[in-house]
Design a protein around this ligand. Structure first.
Ligand code: ADP
Length: 225
């Protein structure tokens, strides 16, 4: 009975979200279509290129929204393996290092080796990517990102701390809600996916933040024996 209720609740959430996603994806498609129509009439090569760029950008946005919905809906499709929390963190940080340079963000890290977790590595990477990228985007004037991996009880704890814009308690409470974004080009789906993945990995995620000073995310993943 309880399981049946849970299943129904899950289907309801997925259904509501699918309706919202359909609505969200319609917008970039309309914009892309409008610019393709303009393109048909346009003679000036520079304007043509500009219209193509906008249409492509909008298509990419639509694709991102759909990809995040699929990621949210199908976390069961996973290939668990034993990985070190520090290695995955280093891998994600490496991928973001040129962006950090460009944005004048100094990355400081302390990554404790030997903390093994059994998870889908791609899934853990996605969680880290969303949280680290958010931290970087919270520092448009540059700043410092501190990332650490340590053992806390039976968990590998990954802390990601920025010196960015920070959030009020109300803003923190809205994190993970679908479509909650304060960014021009945001989808407001990144943390929704991250929170769900952490749940699937039987981990925990906490946020501490102070408006104007910065934010710390604490992600705990159970260590595997
Ligand atoms: P998106 O990045 O597309 O906006 P997210 O779900 O990843 O979607 O984040 C939702 C919102 O949470 C962001 O728009 C931002 O307002 C806030 N946020 C997330 N991480 C941070 C952070 N480190 N510092 C300040 N605000 C943050």
């Amino acid at each position: 009975m309880r399981l049946e209720m849970q299943r129904m609740e899950k289907l309801r959430v997925l259904g509501d979200l699918a309706a919202a996603i359909a609505h969200e994806v319609r917008h970039p498609m309309t914009v892309a279509g409008g610019f393709l129509q303009l393109l048909r009439e346009e003679k000036n090569p520079a304007d043509k290129r500009h219209y193509i760029d906008i249409a492509l950008q909008e298509m990419k946005r639509g694709e991102e929204i759909i990809a995040e919905y699929l990621a949210f809906a199908n976390p069961e499709i996973q290939k668990p393996e034993r990985v070190q929390a520090a290695e995955r963190t280093r891998h994600v940080l490496n991928g973001l290092s040129s962006l950090a340079n460009l944005q004048k963000i100094e990355i400081v890290h302390t990554l404790q080796a030997g903390l093994w977790v059994t998870v889908d590595a791609g899934m853990l990477d996605q969680v880290l990517l969303h949280v680290i990228r958010n931290g970087m985007e919270a520092m448009p004037q540059g700043g410092r990102l501190h990332v650490s991996v340590t053992k806390v009880r039976q968990y590998a704890e990954i802390q990601i701390e920025d010196t960015g814009v920070g959030m009020t308690l109300d803003e923190v409470a809205r994190l993970g809600n679908p479509f909650y974004t304060t960014k021009d080009k945001g989808t407001g789906l990144g943390l929704m996916v991250a929170y769900r993945y952490v749940e699937v990995m039987r981990g925990k995620i906490r946020v501490q933040s102070e408006k104007g000073r910065g934010t710390r995310f604490l992600i705990q993943i159970p260590i595997s024996g």
